[in-house]
Write a protein that binds this ligand. Structure first.
Ligand code: SF4
Length: 366
């Protein structure tokens, strides 16, 4: 069975799910309604990592829908993505960086996804889309790097990935290309079994533009042997692998778990890049978001168990106003710094805010 055929066996209906975990009859109808809105699709590999006897299992919590998703507090566009979109699939919020959301598809859908508004929707013609996007990037020479995201771009066929790379690598002003992907975590088979994809990554990374892969490990148990082997394979192609983690209730809100994850990443040569404050996303916030004070304490305690290399990451919230680093506590308030501001004049601003113990986000920024 090749990787595409394997994906056909994803768990994507409540009836299939019931073969693996207990679903309370009283919850069934609500869960069906939830996945009609936000699809469920879990690779068999990823579900095999879950302890199905444990109702609080983090792998299960990240992939199986729950009644918490009935809670609609929050927004579907917490980072102002619609405002930053200049053409379908291309966001330009910070001067030097462009974000391409090339596909709405993923190998497995995460219940905490902040792009819930688009994931699972059908794709348009990807070649047309990337041609148009490349044209807009070419017209903006200040953009020197691009993040190709989605959905998950590595779900695409190799010929499409080649086409995307050709279009982007042909833009002289682009210095490097990043791919955001969860494939190593949820579906490493895609990387372990596809020599053609590895050759493609090596071809571009060595001869055309430096490639980066940004993975998305959230829990040490995701660093399973197959995922580690997949990461090693990607690294052998010359691609640099970084990781971003979302800090989430019931997943990694324990300093030991978080430090174990970050240490585990460094051990396999993956650079911890960001730890994100979970966004106030509709149908996500109630289940996963932690208060800022609590999050900051967890992150700082985790850091105290780590060496300098493993704590190079920044703890940030990705706000409509920009990426804001959460620095810590000062005189009873919390200290923040713009890491990447939409308004360049704010770029180096440090600011204090009174943050209540239950506050989870900075609501009062322009
Ligand atoms: S793989 Fe990424 S884009 Fe897809 S559902 Fe998960 S977090 Fe969202």
């Amino acid at each position: 069975m090749n990787w595409k055929e394997e994906l056909q066996y994803n768990i994507s209906s409540i009836d299939e799910l019931k073969q693996y975990v207990t679903v309370a009859p009283a919850e069934e109808e609500s869960l069906r309604q939830i996945i009609a809105l936000h699809p469920m699709s879990i690779t068999r590999y990823y579900l095999s990592l879950a302890n199905k006897e444990d109702p609080a299992d983090p792998i299960a919590k990240m992939s199986i829908p729950s009644l918490w998703e009935m809670d609609q507090e929050g927004s579907y566009d917490t980072g102002g993505e619609l405002k930053s979109t200049i053409v379908n699939g291309l966001q330009h919020k910070y001067p030097s960086t462009a974000l391409v959301t090339i596909t709405n598809q993923c190998s497995s859908y995460c219940r905490y996804c902040f792009r819930k508004r688009i994931v699972g929707l059908p794709d348009e013609d990807i070649k047309d889309k990337i041609r148009e996007i490349a044209r807009h990037i070419r017209a903006r020479p200040q953009i020197y790097n691009v993040l190709v995201s989605g959905g998950d771009p590595l779900i695409l066929d190799n010929d499409l990935i080649r086409f995307i790379l050709q279009e982007l690598a042909g833009i002289e002003t682009l210095e490097y290309i990043r791919f955001g992907t969860k494939i190593p975590v949820v579906f490493p088979q895609r990387l372990l079994e596809d020599d053609e994809l590895m050759a493609l990554l090596a071809e571009f990374s060595e001869k055309r533009k430096q490639l980066y892969v940004v993975t998305h490990f959230n829990h040490p148990r995701e660093l399973a042997p197959a995922a580690v082997a997949a990461v090693q394979r990607v690294k052998k192609t010359g691609v640099v692998v970084n990781n971003q983690t979302v800090l989430m209730r019931g997943i990694n809100d324990d300093p030991e778990v978080l430090s174990g994850l970050l240490r585990g990443l460094v051990k396999i040569g993956v650079n911890p890049y960001y730890v994100f404050q979970c966004r106030p996303v509709k149908r996500v916030k109630a289940n996963f978001q932690l208060p800022l004070q609590e999050g900051c304490r967890i992150v700082e305690q985790a850091k105290s168990a780590l060496d300098g290399h493993a704590k190079r990451f920044k703890y940030v919230l990705s706000h409509e106003a920009g990426k804001i680093e959460i620095l810590g506590f000062l005189n009873g308030a919390m200290l923040f710094k713009y890491h990447q501001a939409e308004d360049v004049h704010k770029q180096d601003q440090v600011f204090l805010r009174q943050v209540g113990s239950a506050d989870t986000w900075l609501q009062d920024l322009p």
